[in-house]
Design a protein around this ligand. Structure first.
Ligand SMILES: Cc1cc2nc3c(=O)[nH]c(=O)nc-3n(C[C@H](O)[C@H](O)[C@H](O)COP(=O)(O)O)c2cc1C
Ligand code: SF4
Ligand code: SF4
Length: 267
């Protein structure tokens, strides 16, 4: 049970944890106690985050982190900066040959580990393929699978034949690494989780000078033919995939996007 209780040496009985979670309650109108009734605790860590005295006892959950402006998040990066970061994010389809140092990849996976998931379930597993020949094999299998479908074939046959002239592994644009996020849970919400996890990873990669691109084609091919997952060494019902490497292209401006009308928004 990772939330172990309260360190009463530190606790000042302020009651803040009561606002974080119903598993904390006042006993006899005085001392606050923690009870994990019906294993309700989903390890969200809100109690750890809110306690001003760092008095919540826990284990096997990683480490909580206090840093400047964690309590005033708008000071960490202002809106304009965040928007610039988001608008700078591009799908990169031209990569340098060099591999990404493991330390950088670890940082990307670290950021992915901090993505929120429905109910804080965290069923998703991460893996990476960095072997050029294995990536090629997977690319071939994805193309072969997709072209079996007449609609896909009509859309992609010509594109793949063009890409094959430039790329050794056209599906992956010769990126040096392919990252997978997979889960054995076949819930629709897991696909949301995977999307968010990949977005965290891609934004972290951008901050490290790396380029990335989502890969939906792999997802479709693996859904149609689960055997393809073996080539990536992954299992699971729901999967997501993106490529990562050093970009060999530069964007001088953020492309235009029409701003959506919002139903119900007051002017
Ligand atoms: C869920 C998802 C799946 C995608 N799948 C692919 C893909 O298989 N291959 C590819 O080249 N780009 C893929 N993309 C990238 C989109 O084409 C790209 O985001 C879009 O054209 C906008 O370009 P930008 O990301 O540079 O702004 C995917 C993007 C998303 C969000
Ligand atoms: S929030 Fe922390 S200090 Fe305050 S009552 Fe709860 S455990 Fe004690
Ligand atoms: S980790 Fe979340 S669910 Fe568990 S006790 Fe703390 S606030 Fe409640």
């Amino acid at each position: 049970m990772p939330i172990l209780g309260i360190d009463y040496e530190k606790c000042i009985n302020c009651g803040t944890c009561l606002t974080a979670c119903p598993l904390f309650r006042r006993k006899n109108k005085n001392k606050i106690i923690f009870r994990n009734i019906q294993n309700f605790c989903n390890l969200c860590g809100h109690c750890i985050g809110k306690c001003p005295e760092d008095a919540i006892l826990y284990e096997d959950m990683g480490e909580a982190l206090a840093y400047e402006d964690i309590d005033k998040t708008e000071n960490i990066a202002d809106y304009d900066t965040v928007l610039k970061i988001l608008r700078a994010n591009r799908s990169i389809r031209l990569y340098k040959k060099q591999k990404v140092p493991t330390d950088f990849l670890k940082k990307v996976f670290e950021a992915m580990s901090h993505a929120p998931t429905g109910g804080n379930m965290r069923s998703e597993r991460f893996s990476i393929l960095s072997d050029k020949e294995k990536i090629k094999q997977l690319s071939n299998a994805v193309i072969e699978e997709l072209l079996k479908d007449p609609q896909m074939s009509a859309r992609y046959k010509m594109l793949f034949s063009i890409l094959e002239k430039t790329y050794y592994s056209p599906v992956f644009f010769d990126a040096p690494h392919v990252i997978f996020v997979s889960s054995s849970l076949n819930w629709a919400s897991v696909s949301n989780n995977i999307g968010i996890i990949i977005t965290y990873g891609r934004l972290a990669a951008q901050a490290l000078g790396l380029g990335t691109c989502w890969n939906g084609l792999v997802q479709v091919a693996m859904l149609n033919n689960p055997e393809i997952k073996k080539l990536a060494g992954i299992r699971g019902k729901r999967i997501g995939c993106f490529i990562i490497g050093y970009p060999d292209e530069i964007y001088h401006r953020s492309p235009p996007r029409s701003i959506k009308k919002v139903a119900g928004l007051e002017e």
